[in-house]
Design a protein around this ligand. Structure first.
Ligand code: AP5
Length: 218
């Protein structure tokens, strides 16, 4: 049966890391509005042209654009279910998601908040980079390549960093989270859907806690 979950947390909390794992292990579909927007920017679509400068500043793209992106992809996740990664981020988006799911006779099962320390997150984000060829993730401090400048997986010597992963933009992204996204947590708390996980724990520990929630053992 399909399980639909939201992963919530500030930038760098580990939403993408955990969503990718759930997709690989459970066949659920990761619906990341950040990834969809970056793909639109890279492809130079009308949505990408609108989103590019907003994302570079660390501000939120319009509710209408991101809700439409999710609506276009939601049916892909009809099988094992969806992991909403970085969506919803505002009250308006939360309402839009509820309607999109109800129209398809689906519902949310869990909303998982990754609780984290902001200063540690700034270090996490500023240090991260990926292989430009195979996308393998690395971090300057926590997960450097084994041979300097060479991807462990594919041997490529080209790497990339997100343009919004600089300290000033990260601070704006965190302020946006506090101002616009944190206020939607009580909506899910009232519905009995909200679960908190310690996002500062090692990746495997966070994963085990999320598995426990999905499997009903915690
Ligand atoms: P988006 O791409 O969603 O970025 P974000 O929310 O800022 O989150 P990140 O992708 O930076 O972090 P994450 O929580 O996924 O952490 P990750 O797993 O990568 O959004 C980008 C922009 O798009 C927004 O600023 C906005 O402009 C726009 N946008 C997107 N969605 C929108 C929406 N719904 N509405 C409006 N605008 C929207 O992990 C980070 C690092 O930490 C990695 O290096 C990872 O390896 C490491 N790590 C992960 N977990 C752990 C752990 N437990 N311990 C140690 N290290 C860890």
């Amino acid at each position: 049966m399909a399980t639909n979950i939201i992963l919530l947390g500030p930038p760098g909390a580990g939403k993408g890391t955990q969503a990718a794992r759930l997709q690989a292990l459970r066949g659920m579909i990761q619906l990341s509005t950040g990834d969809m927007l970056r793909a639109a920017v890279a492809a130079g679509t009308p949505v990408g042209l609108k989103a590019k400068a907003v994302m570079a500043r660390g501000e939120l793209v319009s509710d209408a654009i991101v809700s439409a992106l999710i609506g276009e992809r939601l049916d892909d996740a009809a099988g094992a279910g969806a992991i909403f990664d970085g969506f919803p981020r505002t009250r308006h988006q939360a309402e839009a998601l509820e309607i999109l799911l109800a129209e398809r006779g689906r519902k949310l099962d869990h909303v998982i908040e990754l609780a984290v320390d902001e200063e540690a997150l700034v270090r996490r984000i500023i240090g991260r980079f990926t292989c430009a060829h195979c996308g393998a993730p690395y971090h300057d401090e926590y997960k450097p390549t084994k041979r300097p400048g060479v991807c462990d997986i594919c041997g490529s010597t080209e790497f990339k960093r997100r343009p919004d992963d600089n300290e000033q933009t990260v601070r704006t992204r965190m302020a946006e989270y506090r101002a616009k996204t944190e206020p939607i947590l009580p909506i899910y708390e009232e519905k009995g859907l909200l679960r908190r996980v310690d996002g500062m724990a090692p990746v495997e520990t966070v994963a085990a806690q999320i598995d426990g929630i999905l499997d009903g053992t915690q």
